[in-house]
Design a protein around this ligand. Structure first.
Ligand SMILES: [Zn+2]
Length: 241
């Protein structure tokens, strides 16, 4: 099986803009770590199908304020959220939950990667791909108000985390994991080589476990998109080893 990185297809001419939409809730960022000085929130860990609305309003308020909080408060909020999240979910500072909420404008293709780590599909595209046997398509409705007529019905995919970088293609000066906060400070190489043993056999679209802003798909996904004539996203084959 071949694997590909999904990339927004700028040549398709779509003007769709979701820059003013964010998932409804998120874990706050972390205050800087005393050892590695890194803090803040991560980008790309989205769990749009996770519904936190059952939490008390005073806690939900803390999950909509992205300002960094001390580590013990971050741990407390993470444990508050964990029962609502899938068992495989990685819950890091800045992880986002619930429907995309906000405003959008412009024209959207059948598929849309915008920002480049958020994969959205029109409902008809999602159903067509499911009909073609593509696996791992958990679509979550979004709460976005579209400017103009003919608003598309877009769904954000909730993506599992799979796929590691092959150790051979990591930079020579790779730093070890921080002993205090566990941050691995992974520097993404220019050309990603995937470690074959880390790739899933049960889903055709997923988020890279070593790089959460990278959306990966299988050859089956790419073939189905081409066969159905779906547009908006293009694919770059990655080496696996
Ligand atoms: Zn650290």
């Amino acid at each position: 099986m071949k694997f590909y990185q999904a990339i927004d297809d700028a040549s398709a001419g779509y003007t769709g803009d979701l820059d003013y939409a964010v998932n409804k809730w998120s874990l706050p960022g972390a205050q800087p770590c005393p050892t590695c000085r890194r803090g803040g929130g991560t980008t790309g860990l989205h769990y749009p199908c996770v519904d936190l609305s059952g939490l008390p309003p005073n806690e939900l308020e803390k999950l909509t304020a992205p300002l960094p909080v001390p580590q013990d408060e971050l741990t407390r909020l993470t444990e508050l959220v964990r029962p609502f999240a899938p068992s495989w979910a990685l819950l890091k500072p800045g992880a986002a939950f619930g429907p995309l909420t906000g405003k959008a404008s412009g024209r959207f293709g059948q598929l849309c990667l915008q920002p480049p780590w958020t994969l959205l599909l029109r409902r008809e595209a999602l159903e067509a791909l499911q009909g073609a046997g593509v696996r791992g398509l958990q679509g979550c409705p979004i709460h976005v108000s579209f400017r103009g007529k003919n608003a598309p019905e877009l769904l954000e995919l909730q993506l599992e985390l799979h796929g590691r970088i092959h150790p051979d293609c990591l930079p020579q000066d790779q730093q070890p994991r921080c002993p205090t906060c566990g941050n691995d400070m992974l520097k993404l190489p220019n050309s990603i080589v995937l470690e074959a043993a880390s790739l899933p056999e049960h889903v055709d679209v997923f988020r890279m476990a070593d790089a959460w802003t990278v959306v990966l798909v299988t050859e089956r996904f790419v073939d189905a998109v081409a066969g159905l004539g779906l547009d908006g996203v293009t694919f770059r084959e990655l080496e696996t080893r």
